[in-house]
Ligand binder design. Structure first.
Ligand code: MN
Length: 232
């Protein structure tokens, strides 16, 4: 096949035996060719971009902590997925491939690059449930973030207030070295990071894959990601 006729191959991570339909659909809509991998699945020999998707909490041992006793939410851990995704994140950073990291994916990338997480928002003085919106299918927005002017995120979504959905009880605590904080919620919660030492690494705490239909501006995250993967 002529290389230019090939769609960018996007590795989409997930838990074992699950197809993350919304991420897959968003990648296709953006012009990418998604390939889904869970723990134990064979990996393709090469890929053009990595999408780290949402899911359970990353084990705190990966950022040098034990499971904190007063955590309100049960920490649901998927050790095999942690290891697979940490390996893929490191490989993508080494190869300087574009990476789009969503929710758990954003937290995982921060940990892979040496940052830390709040195991529960309550440990940061924020109600544990404050970032869990209720009802619907998370296609409605529930809080704003303020996007940092001059960031790559601002070039994609615009600077200033941006309504997003929210479905997380953890968040980035200390951003990894080489990563800039590019948006926060009004309560101070870090809602996005981007790598400054890499070609294109975008970490998003909300769920753009669930907003693409009613908030089409959010599709730009995927189209920009796939465009970057096309250059891999
Ligand atoms: Mn949030």
């Amino acid at each position: 096949m002529h290389p230019e006729s090939r769609l960018p191959l996007i590795l989409v991570t997930t838990k074992q035996g699950s197809v993350p339909h919304r991420y897959v659909d968003a990648v296709r809509l953006a012009g990418g060719d998604p390939i889904v991998v869970g723990p134990g699945d064979p990996l393709p020999g090469a890929f053009d971009g990595l999408l780290l998707s949402g899911g359970e909490d990353v084990h705190p041992r990966h950022y040098g902590q034990e499971i904190a006793a007063p955590v309100q939410e049960t920490l649901k851990i998927d050790e095999a997925r942690d290891l697979m995704e940490l390996d893929l994140a490191h490989a993508a950073l080494r190869a300087d491939l574009p990476v789009l990291c969503i929710c758990r994916g954003a937290q995982l990338m921060n940990v892979a690059a040496g940052g830390t997480l709040w195991q529960d928002l309550s440990l940061a003085g924020i109600p544990s449930s404050a970032h869990y919106q209720s009802g619907g299918d998370f296609w409605e927005t529930s809080h704003e973030v303020v996007v940092e002017p001059g960031s790559r995120l601002a070039a994609i979504l615009g600077a200033g207030p941006l309504p997003v959905n929210s479905y997380h009880h953890q968040a980035v605590a200390e951003a990894a070295s080489g990563f800039a904080i590019t948006s926060r919620a009004p309560d101070g919660t870090i809602e996005s990071l981007e790598g400054r030492r890499h070609r294109w690494v975008m970490a998003i705490q909300w769920h753009p894959e669930r907003l693409v239909r009613h908030h089409p501006v959010q599709l730009r995250l995927f189209t920009r990601f796939v465009e970057e993967a096309r250059r891999s």
